[in-house]
Ligand binder design. Structure first.
Ligand SMILES: C[S@@+](CC[C@H](N)C(=O)[O-])C[C@H]1O[C@@H](n2cnc3c(N)ncnc32)[C@H](O)[C@@H]1O
Length: 239
């Protein structure tokens, strides 16, 4: 399995905003996402004066301090989520979306999130469950909703569910499977574009399947929202 260095990853993110004609052509051909977001996932918990986005390289995250391992435009602070360079109780909201599968020690990250979250503040964790291996720059694990709740420790659970559903799982795995059958990189890139464009309309089936209590058996990404109690034991204690 080929590895992904931080330099390769940074170059992949830079290509997304590159103005070179070859990169712009690739961006134009890029198929729509093979998933739809679950409309039931809450998104409207209040932002405060200071909010933290963990692992947002390559994303625009207005209203947040964006930290990532990669020093690329858009990242405000280059830092490891396992050692956040911020004081206790600093942030009203912490977003950690598709990052915990990539860190060496997710327990340590959660301990840091609990420390920097202000009493009464909200944290949003999103992680893959049934999803292909993807190095960013490493890929260590997958999560269930119960696993995320366990990891959260003494934070109050506010909401939980599936962000992306069974059809997303089927499509992302099918596209990876087809690529496995092809010997050349150019063919794999072409099949990614063709399969992506042909199959993406199926993604809307998840809008029906999210209603099934069994959707999570092969769910793609799950989420939980948590709140730090006002009298939380980690408040004010530097780790
Ligand atoms: C899959 S991307 C998620 C990007 C974004 N949140 C999204 O949903 O599109 C994972 C990001 O986490 C970053 N990352 C991985 N390990 C990290 C760590 N220990 N500390 C901070 N960021 C990390 C990676 O560099 C990468 O930019």
């Amino acid at each position: 399995m080929p590895g992904m260095s931080e330099t390769d990853l940074a170059s992949r993110y830079r290509k997304r905003t590159s103005r070179r004609w070859s990169d712009r052509l690739l961006q134009a051909l890029h198929p729509p996402n093979p998933f739809v977001m679950n409309p039931a996932e809450p998104t409207d918990f209040p932002l405060g004066r200071w909010n933290l986005y963990i692992g947002g390289a390559g994303c625009t995250v207005q209203g947040y301090i964006n930290i990532d391992l990669l020093a690329i435009p858009g990242v405000d602070v280059v830092a490891d989520a396992e050692q956040l360079p911020f004081p206790a109780d600093a942030f009203q909201r912490v977003e950690c979306d598709a990052v915990l599968e990539h860190v060496c020690n997710p327990e340590r990250v959660l301990s840091e999130i609990r420390r920097v979250l202000a009493p009464g503040g909200y944290v949003h964790l999103v992680t893959p469950f049934c999803h292909p291996f993807h190095e960013c720059p490493k890929d260590f694990r997958r999560f269930t909703i119960d696993g995320l709740k366990e990891l959260a420790g003494p934070l109050d659970l506010i909401a939980k569910g599936w962000r992306t559903g069974p059809t997303a799982t089927l499509l992302v795995i099918f596209i990876e499977y087809v690529k496995l059958l092809l010997p050349f990189r150019a063919w794999r890139a072409l099949s990614h574009v063709l399969c992506g464009w042909m199959l993406f309309p199926l993604r809307y089936l998840d809008l029906l399947l999210f209603r099934s209590p069994d959707a999570g058996r092969i769910g793609n990404h799950c989420y939980i929202w948590l709140r730090k109690p006002v009298n939380h034991p980690d408040s004010g204690i530097p780790d």
